[in-house]
Design a protein around this ligand. Structure first.
Ligand SMILES: Nc1ncnc2c1ncn2[C@@H]1O[C@H](COP(=O)(O)OP(=O)(O)OP(=O)(O)O)[C@@H](O)[C@H]1O
Ligand SMILES: [Mg+2]
Length: 330
């Protein structure tokens, strides 16, 4: 998917990424295709929402991008530099100083035996800040930025609420001054009121630092107000990718349509008429002969993963959409 959007600069390029695990079940080796031929670009300063149901491979995608896993196949480039090759100390350092991850589970990802100062300060040591007093000052600054206080620095993770722990995770990710953040469901474990606070915080930090964000969520409504573009994942595949507004107005892939149909509508009249659309991946018949899917740009910057045989139907749907758009404008 080489298309450029208005000459925006590509920061991260992911090409045909594959991450398979093998697991043993009753003595037999079983292959899990957690990520299977996924391609997308992320542009500087944008928020890219990666959405799909539980187990579809979102976390695995994020973790593979920063090489917590060795990809089974495919290519990853950050500012043109390949991240997929042999792991070296130099490459590890390059990745950690450019991309940081806010992990999905704030409790499991914070070491219970370390104070907040130590947890956040670790990244600074890697960045080469040797003076402990300087580290303390930077950590306190960072705590304030994420809405925590100086006295929190000496406490341990279990002394915090879920929302506060998520803020510690954000502070830890930001303190290394990364160019890109992978935020893995940073708000799903939180109360609705705290969710909005954390999203606003990420928004503010993005404006202040010009951060690029890969925002992972299983719920489309969470990413709607936050993402510039959205990629929809289904069982290891990225099935549709488009600008946020475009995706909500003109979803093309049947799985995207089913996700959208699951969102409750605030307007009671619409809500009464809302029909859940179910999706069955067998309709594509991809296991049969030559019928293999790949990415098609069906409208400018709007990609659908489909086979040659399916493409004409999408084209027809797009033609209808465009005709109705013209009608609206006239
Ligand atoms: N380390 C691993 N070893 C073996 N299988 C794994 C491993 N990590 C993930 N998987 C499997 O890969 C698939 C994708 O998992 P992943 O955690 O990426 O999904 P997810 O989209 O992040 O789900 P959720 O929304 O629940 O967080 C699942 O079937 C999972 O069981
Ligand atoms: Mg996950």
């Amino acid at each position: 998917m080489a298309s450029e959007i208005n000459n925006k600069e590509v920061v991260l390029e992911v090409k045909n990424l594959v991450m398979h695990f093998s697991s043993k079940k009753r003595g037999r080796t079983h292959r899990v295709k957690a990520v299977d031929d996924v391609s997308f670009n992320i542009y500087r300063g944008e928020t890219f929402g990666l959405v799909g149901e539980s187990g579809c491979g979102k976390t695995t995608t994020g973790r593979t991008l920063i090489r917590l896993y060795n990809p089974t196949g495919g290519e990853i480039y950050f500012e043109g530099k390949p991240l997929h090759g042999k792991m070296t100390n130099e490459l590890r350092k390059y990745i950690t100083s450019n991309i940081a991850m806010i992990f999905q589970d704030p409790i499991a990802s914070l070491n219970p035996r370390m104070t907040v100062q130590e947890i956040i300060g670790e990244g600074l040591k890697i960045r080469g800040v040797k003076d402990p007093e300087e580290r303390r000052k930077i950590v306190v600054d960072m705590l304030k930025k994420v809405g925590l206080m100086e006295e929190h620095a000496t406490r341990y993770p279990h002394e915090f609420s879920g929302g506060q722990r998520q803020r510690i995770g954000i502070a830890r990710a930001l303190v290394t001054n990364p160019k890109m953040i992978i935020a893995d469901e940073p708000v799903s474990a939180l109360d609705v009121s705290v969710q909005a606070q954390v999203i606003n915080l990420l928004n503010d930090l993005q404006e202040e630092y010009g951060l690029t964000i890969l925002f992972i969520a299983h719920n489309l409504s969470v990413v709607k107000y936050f993402s510039d573009r959205i990629g929809i994942m289904y069982f290891g595949k990225l099935v549709e990718l488009a600008d946020c507004d475009e995706l909500f107005k003109y979803p093309l892939h049947p799985y995207t349509k089913s996700l959208l149909s699951a969102i409750p509508q605030p307007d009671p009249n619409h809500e009464r008429r809302r029909k859940r659309i179910s999706y069955n991946s067998k309709i594509h018949k991809y296991d049969e002969g030559e019928n293999k899917p790949h990415y098609f740009e069906v409208r400018p910057n709007h990609f659908v993963y489909c086979s040659d045989a399916e493409y004409p139907a999408y084209q027809a749907e797009v033609a209808e959409i465009e005709a109705s758009l013209k009608g609206e404008q006239a």
